[in-house]
Design a binder for this molecule. Sequence first.
Ligand SMILES: Nc1ncnc2c1ncn2[C@@H]1O[C@H](COP(=O)(O)OP(=O)(O)OP(=O)(O)O)[C@@H](O)[C@H]1O
Ligand SMILES: [Mg+2]
Length: 507
Amino acid sequence: MNRESLGTIVSSIDGPSPSVLSFVVNEGKVHKGMFIELDYSEGTMVCLVEDVIKTNRYFERPDSVKTIGSELEKNFPVSDWEFLLGKARPLGVFVESSGNIQRSTFPPSPGTKVFKAKDENLKKFLALQENGLHLGSINFHDVLLKVNLSKLLQKHLAVLAMSGAGKSYCVSVLLEELLLRKKEDGQIAVIVFDTHGEYTCFGESANSPYKDFSSVTKVIDASKIKIASSKLTPWMISNILPDLSAPQKRELSSIISRLSNEMKSGVGPFDLSAVRAELGVSQNQKTAETLLGILSEIEDLDLFSKIDYPAVSDIAKPGQLCVIDLSKVISDKKKQIIVSYFSNKLFNDRRQKRIPPFALFVEEAHNFIPETTSKGVAIAKATLRTIAREGRKFGAALVVISQRPKRLDTTTLANCNTNIILRITNPYDLDHIKQSSEGLDQSSINSISSLRVGEALIVGEAIGAPTFFKVRLRTSQPSKHEVTLEEAAKRFSEQKQKNEDELSSFL
Ligand SMILES: Nc1ncnc2c1ncn2[C@@H]1O[C@H](COP(=O)(O)OP(=O)(O)OP(=O)(O)O)[C@@H](O)[C@H]1O
Ligand SMILES: [Mg+2]
């Protein structure tokens, strides 16, 4: 079948070259962000339309337009001289015989016809996969964005956007896809550190039209989490209490290791009261006194106990989601310790193959892996950085979600080989992303600030070329906790009225 061409390549000052070309459009069916293709010596060249410009030579000179513009329109068919020019960037050459994709190194000829990219070619070119994770649809093409699981997650993912642009919605779609995977396609364990309780809805039973994920979701209220006191290793102690002096650290570590040895010899698990008792009879009273003060600071966190709750084997199960709901934990330090402890444990257990491969999602990641650290406030940073650096080899994937990319550790961001970027307008954030994301060109950066809610750009390992897409509709029920300001104000007044009514009837 003869395909209708979209336009013809023209000679311009800067092209056609291997990196840029312009084409005159037959009809106005070309849009910025569309993929086009053309015949090329080695196969099919695929290009991305970066701009579409309308021109008309009769309206080029402002002085003549002002003086004779209206006369011209009456006497000449000036609109016949209007034409549309498309500017496109060659992305690569698809060699049909081998299925390989090559870089374009030689310009196509002026006069070459360009076509809208065929769906089949686009899927192969973008490395999409029929049974991949369905995240959305590609603008202007009848192609679903279905990405390969390993390519998306194995070398880590960053989901970046300003507040309210749709990060959590997009992540929910990804969680659904991970939970819907069949056993034969490979199921991983999914763990989410949920700072604001945005994903707890996965654990609540849902009615039509929503899909119910409650049978594969476990929600853990982080305020009830406990860490065994025997796990207070010297490393953890220095991390939690960076201001301890060397003798204080030695004293505390030696007490904990003595109690741990006793525990192993049959005395049973111990808690911080046992540490307190040991400090009371310490030879070194001066150090012990200071440590007792510091110990009450740790006791106030209400976190360390005799045994771990939950066990790591309970939170990492194939095909299951574990949401660690941090929304009720007020202390920043406690949140940091929980994230640090469980990430570290998950990574170590995965290294020893005690738990299945997993993806660890960290919401508000800039708080846990910040670029600049002041002492004692980024307890989880070292562990999460290690997962970003080494996790790939062990099947430990990290997904960082942040509305302040500028405040996110550059090394971690650079280790996230795929980025999903939704609307961002802050120039500092955009600049930071540009520096850490290879393959992101200026034209894509410029488009990020004009994206609408739910529109995103995916770039990196998971996709053959930076691609704009519309995030698909979620099938899981949205969070019931999210309400508009109007709704929250109404609920508050209703509750207040109810309280007053109850009080007056009581009196
Ligand atoms: N793809 C989408 N389709 C329809 N609605 C969406 C989409 N993405 C986001 N929304 C809506 O936009 C609002 C904000 O989305 P979301 O909570 O995901 O933003 P966010 O980036 O996580 O914000 P924050 O940084 O404040 O957590 C929500 O009400 C959500 O339902
Ligand atoms: Mg969110």
